[in-house]
Design a protein around this ligand. Structure first.
Ligand code: F6R
Length: 611
C-alpha cells in the first residue's frame, strides 16, 4: 500500500508533491508527509489525510526544486506523526519514503541497535534507511552504492526514494515488488506509484522493473541494475487523460465511477464484440486459444471484488465451455500446496494489477508450470507484466476505494472470454452464442436505464441507513452478486452485511431475521426464480424487512414487498452486470447519509500491495 511521489526540476516541488499526494490518496490516508531541501532537509508530516498536511504548512515558505512525498497505509506502527514518512536518517543526511514491507527488518534492526542506533518510529522504513546510512558511514562509497549493497540484503517488497542533503539535485529510487513510474518532462522528472500525479505534466513515462535503481536529476535519468550495469530506459506514451482522474462535477469518485459504467462497459466491448461477423475479437485469447479450449481446468485467482467476479465467471465458464473451474482466494492459494497439473490454466483477475497476494500466487503457479492469463485493469501493472498472456478490462482509472466500474468491466471481459472459448470449443450452439452477443450489446443502454431513475434506491437507502446489519441473498449467478453487494455495504457504510446463497439461509442465517433486519434479495427472473420467491416468502413469514432487486414488470414479486428496485430484463448470464448497479448505489447513498467519506473508507486502501 502507500502512495509515493517525487519531483526534481525547475518548479517549486512542494505544490507539485502535495497535488500528487491528493491523487494518490486512494492508496492510503493514515498520514502524509513531504521532504524538501532548503539548505538542509526539511520534513513536514502529519497524521491523517493530505488535507491535514496542507493545513499544517499554510503560510510556511517551502522553497525547493526537489522533494519526495508519501501517503501512508499503516503496516508497521500505528498511524501517527512519528511513523509518517518521510523518515530522516540518524546522520540527518538522507530522507526516505517507502512503499512495501521489509520482511527481515527485525534482524536488520537488531544489527543497528547493537551499533548504537536509536529509532524514533516503529517503522520498517526507518530501519532500512539507517541500514543504508550505516553502510554509507562505514564505507567510502556513494549513496547509490550504499543503496545497492543494502538492497541485496533486504527481503520483502519496496519502492524507495531517497533525498540526499549532500547531493540536493539528485533523487535515488529503487523497486522490487511495488510499482514505480517515472515521468519524463523537459528539464524535470516526476516519480510516482502510478501515473495519476504525472499525467498533467507529461505523457512520456518509464516503468521501473524489479531490482532496478534510478538516479534522477532534472535533466538526466540513469537506470542501473543492482550489479551497477546501465540499462536503457524504455520510454512509453501514456494513454490517459487528466479528466479521467478528476471528479468531473460528482460529489465523490465512487458516484462518478458508478455513473461511468455505461461508457466503461461500452469501451470494454468496443472492438471485441463483432456482431456483424458473429464473433468475439480478443487478441490475447485468440493467440492462446488451443491452450484455453483444451484446458483440463481453469483456476481463477483473485481477491475481494475481483474474486466475486471470478465466482460469477465460474458459473458462466462451466455452463458455456464445460471446463471445470475453481475460484481461489490468492491469499489462501499462495500458502497452501495447491495441485497444479499440466493443462491447467490460471486466470489472474485484478483491477490494480498490483495486489501482493495475487502477484505471489501467480509466481507460485508459474513455478509449477501453469500458464497465467491476466485479466487486469491497470495497463503496465506488475500482474500484467508477469502474465504469459491476458487482456485489459479498459475501465479507466478507478480512484474510489470501493471497486465499482472495474467489477462490471471484469464481468464483461470474463463473459466474452467464456463465449470465445465456447465458440472455438463448439460447446455452445451458434444460436445461443449469437443470442448472448446481442445480450451483451444491450448492456450499456440497460445500465443507463437503471441510472436514469434511482428514486427507489434512494428511498430504500433513507429507510435503512440506521440498520445494524444486512443480509444479502441470491441464487445461481446472483449469489456472487449478493456477496459483492454485502461487501460494498460493509466497506462504505460500516454496516455489518453478510452475503449468502438464498437457499442456505434456512441452514443458519434465518435465525438472524426479525423486524429490524433488512434482507435484500437479488431476485431477477432466471432459472431459480420460483425458488427465490419461496425464500422471500419465508422471510416475510418471519417479519424480516424485505428488499428486492427484480426484473422490471415482474408481477410475482409485487405482493411481497414495497421495497422493490427494478432492473431491465436480461439473460441470466448477463444479469449480474446489471444487478450489481443498484447495490453499488444503495451502499453509496447509505454511506453518504451516515456522513461517511465514501471515497476513503476507514482502514482501507485501493491496492493492497502488502500481504
Ligand atoms: C472492494 C475492493 C477490494 C479489491 C481487492 C482486490 O471494493 O476494491 O476488495 O477488489 O483488494 O484488488 P485488485 O482487483 O486490485 O487485485
Amino acid at each position: 500500500m502507500c502512495g509515493i511521489v517525487a519531483y526534481v526540476g525547475y518548479r517549486q516541488a512542494f505544490p507539485v508533491l502535495l497535488k500528487g499526494l491528493k491523487r494518490l490518496e486512494y492508496r492510503g490516508y493514515d498520514s502524509s508527509g513531504i521532504a524538501i531541501v532548503h539548505k538542509n532537509i526539511e520534513i513536514h508530516k502529519k497524521k491523517g489525510k493530505v488535507a491535514e498536511l496542507e493545513n499544517m504548512v499554510k503560510g510556511k515558505i517551502l522553497n525547493s526544486l526537489i522533494g519526495i512525498g508519501h501517503t501512508r497505509w499503516a503496516t508497521h506502527g500505528e498511524p501517527n506523526d512519528t511513523n509518517a514518512h518521510p523518515h530522516l536518517s540518524k546522520s540527518g543526511r538522507i530522507a526516505m519514503i517507502h512503499n512495501g514491507i521489509i520482511e527481515n527488518y527485525a534482524s536488520l534492526k537488531q544489527e543497528l541497535l547493537s551499533k548504537g542506533y536509536v529509532f524514533k518510529s516503529e517503522t520498517d522504513t526507518e530501519v532500512l534507511l539507517n541500514f543504508i546510512d550505516d553502510i554509507l558511514d562505514n564505507n567510502n562509497c556513494s549513496l547509490e552504492e550504499a543503496v545497492c549493497v543494502a538492497l541485496k540484503r533486504v527481503v520483502g517488497a519496496y519502492v524507495i526514494v531517497l533525498l540526499d542533503e549532500e547531493n540536493p539535485d539528485t533523487l535515488i529510487a529503487a523497486r522490487k515488488g511495488s510499482p514505480l513510474v517515472i515521468g519524463i518532462g523537459k528539464g524535470e522528472h516526476f516519480l510516482a506509484s502510478d501515473a495519476s500525479p504525472i499525467i498533467e505534466y507529461t505523457k512520456e513515462v518509464v516503468y521501473i522493473n524489479d531490482y532496478e535503481l534510478a538516479i534522477i536529476k532534472s535533466d538526466e535519468l540513469i537506470l542501473k541494475n543492482l550489479g551497477n550495469e546501465k540499462i536503457t530506459p524504455f520510454v512509453q506514451q501514456l494513454d490517459l487523460e487528466l479528466s479521467a482522474i478528476e471528479k468531473g462535477g460528482y460529489d465523490h469518485f465512487m458516484l462518478k465511477e458508478i455513473y461511468e459504467q455505461p461508457k466503461t462497459i461500452y469501451d470494454c466491448l468496443r472492438g471485441r464484440l463483432d456482431i456483424a461477423h458473429e464473433d468475439i475479437i480478443m487478441g490475447g485469447v485468440q493467440s492462446h486459444i488451443e491452450q484455453l479450449k483444451n484446458a483440463n481446468r481453469l483456476i481463477i485467482i483473485a481477491c475481494g471484488t475481483s474474486w466475486h467476479a471470478g465466482l460469477i465467471a465460474e458459473y458462466i465458464i462451466e455452463e458455456l465451455c464445460r471446463i471445470p473451474v475453481e475460484v481461489e482466494y490468492a491469499s489462501e492459494f499462495r500458502y497452501r500446496n495447491p495441485i497444479i497439473n499440466k493443462g491447467d490454466v490460471i486466470f489472474a483477475v485484478s483491477q490494480s494489477g498490483e495486489t501482493a497476494d495475487t502477484l505471489v500466487a501467480i509466481e507460485r503457479a508459474k513455478e509449477q508450470g501453469a500458464m497465467i492469463f491476466g485479466i487486469i485493469n491497470v495497463v503496465g501493472s506488475s500482474i500484467s507484466r508477469v502474465s504469459h498472456a491476458g487482456t485489459y478490462t479498459h475501465a479507466g482509472p478507478e480512484i474510489g476505494v470501493a471497486s465499482t466500474k472495474a467489477f462490471t468491466a471484469q464481468l464483461v471481459v470474463l463473459t466474452m472470454i467464456a463465449l470465445k472459448i465456447a465458440k472455438e470449443k463448439q460447446s455452445i450452439s451458434h444460436g445461443r452464442f449469437v443470442e448472448l452477443l446481442h445480450e451483451l450489446n444491450t448492456v450499456p443502454s440497460k445500465v443507463e436505464k437503471i441510472l436514469s431513475d434511482i428514486s427507489s434506491i434512494k428511498a430504500i437507502a433513507a429507510k435503512t441507513s440506521n440498520a445494524n446489519s444486512f443480509l444479502y441473498l441470491g441464487r445461481g449467478y446472483n449469489f456472487p452478486v449478493a456477496l459483492e453487494g454485502a461487501l460494498k455495504l460493509k466497506e462504505i457504510s460500516y454496516i455489518h452485511a453478510e452475503g449468502y446463497p438464498a437457499a442456505e439461509m434456512k441452514h443458519g442465517p434465518i435465525a438472524l431475521v426479525d423486524e429490524n433486519l433488512p434482507v435484500l434479495f437479488v431476485a431477477t427472473k432466471d432459472a431459480y426464480h420460483e425458488k427465490v420467491i419461496s425464500n422471500m416468502q419465508e422471510i416475510n413469514a418471519r417479519k424480516g424487512r424485505l428488499i428486492a432487486v427484480v426484473t422490471a414488470g415482474d408481477q410475482s414479486v409485487i405482493s411481497l414487498t414495497k421495497d422493490l428496485i427494478q432492473v431491465p430484463a436480461a439473460d441470466e448470464i448477463i444479469a449480474p452486470i446489471l444487478n450489481i448497479i443498484p447495490l453499488q448505489l444503495l451502499s453509496y447513498y447509505i454511506g453518504v447519509s451516515r456522513g461517511l467519506d465514501v471515497d476513503r473508507p476507514r482502514n482501507l486502501a485501493k491496492s493492497v500491495t502488502v500481504e
